[in-house]
Design a protein around this ligand. Structure first.
Ligand code: IPE
Ligand code: IPE
Ligand code: MG
Length: 237
């Protein structure tokens, strides 16, 4: 079965650029092209949920000029691509902290979400200024505050109650997490939500990713036997 929700750690823009003697910013620009191709291909393949890791809460530690290049690309992506996404019935949602963002970026995020809120063909979730530990801590803070105010009984709190305070409230967990560039780590991405995700690590850098790499990752996913702690169907005697 095809994954309902694919999440992608788009990694390797800098190395792709360096291998070609280009500045890192050129790698990020090529990365945006790959993102466009991938969103289209995912839509055509019938993937209902696509989450992309665009900027982590740790990426602020990069040189100022690179951070500002990345912010510029996000602005450009939303301004240039939002209309097409909307036309194609894509609902955009953003996960991550909104604190400390430049006001025009914060406004663009709200615009993308509110313009597309009624769309139902596909969901594109952009993880921006996102870090899973930060997300979990904010959720923990929220439940603690509600318990303190007497609105939530900590003894009766369920996993669903907790998950409802995460940024991903209402979204299914990712079935497949793809990371490009050969790195095999989560880098603070969807720690709670990835509990039973399948992982596919690809050697190509993100700017090289496209429809055929997506199809290959989906094929690998389809070969996996997901057991969720139980035993395989055919092993039931
Ligand atoms: C991914 O590519 C883009 C972001 C993290 C925003 P990188 O910029 O991490 O590229 P490498 O890993 O340095 O090659
Ligand atoms: C993860 O990539 C973040 C994004 C893709 C946005 P990084 O390049 O920041 O991760 P590390 O530093 O290699 O773990
Ligand atoms: Mg990287």
């Amino acid at each position: 079965m095809k994954p309902a929700h694919i999440a992608i750690i788009m990694d390797g823009n800098g190395r792709w650029a360096r291998a070609r003697g280009l500045p890192r910013s050129a790698g990020h620009r090529a990365g945006v092209e790959a993102l466009r191709r991938t969103v289209r291909a995912a839509g055509e393949t019938g993937i209902r949920w696509l989450t992309i890791y665009a900027f982590s809460s740790e990426n602020w530690s990069r040189p100022k000029s690179e951070v500002s290049d990345l912010m510029g690309l996000l602005r450009l992506f939303i301004r240039r691509d939002l209309a097409e996404l909307h036309q194609n019935g894509v609902r955009v949602r953003i996960v991550g902290s909104r604190e400390g963002l430049e006001p025009d970026i914060a406004a663009l995020l709200v615009e993308a979400e509110s313009l597309t809120a009624g769309n139902t063909n596909m969901n594109l979730v952009v993880a921006f200024n996102y870090g899973s530990r930060d997300e979990i801590l904010r959720a923990a803070r929220a439940v603690a505050m509600e318990a303190k105010a007497g609105r939530l009984d900590p003894e009766k709190m369920t996993m669903e109650d907790f998950a409802a305070r995460l940024d991903t409230v209402g979204m299914p967990d990712p079935d497949l997490i793809i990371r490009t560039s050969g790195e095999q780590r989560l880098s603070n991405f969807l720690l709670w939500q990835a509990a039973y995700a399948e992982f596919v690590f690809l050697p190509c850098h993100w700017p090289e990713f496209g429809p055929s790499e997506l199809a290959a990752a989906i094929r690998l996913f389809e070969e996996r036997d997901r057991r969720f702690g139980s035993i395989a169907q055919e092993a039931v005697s």
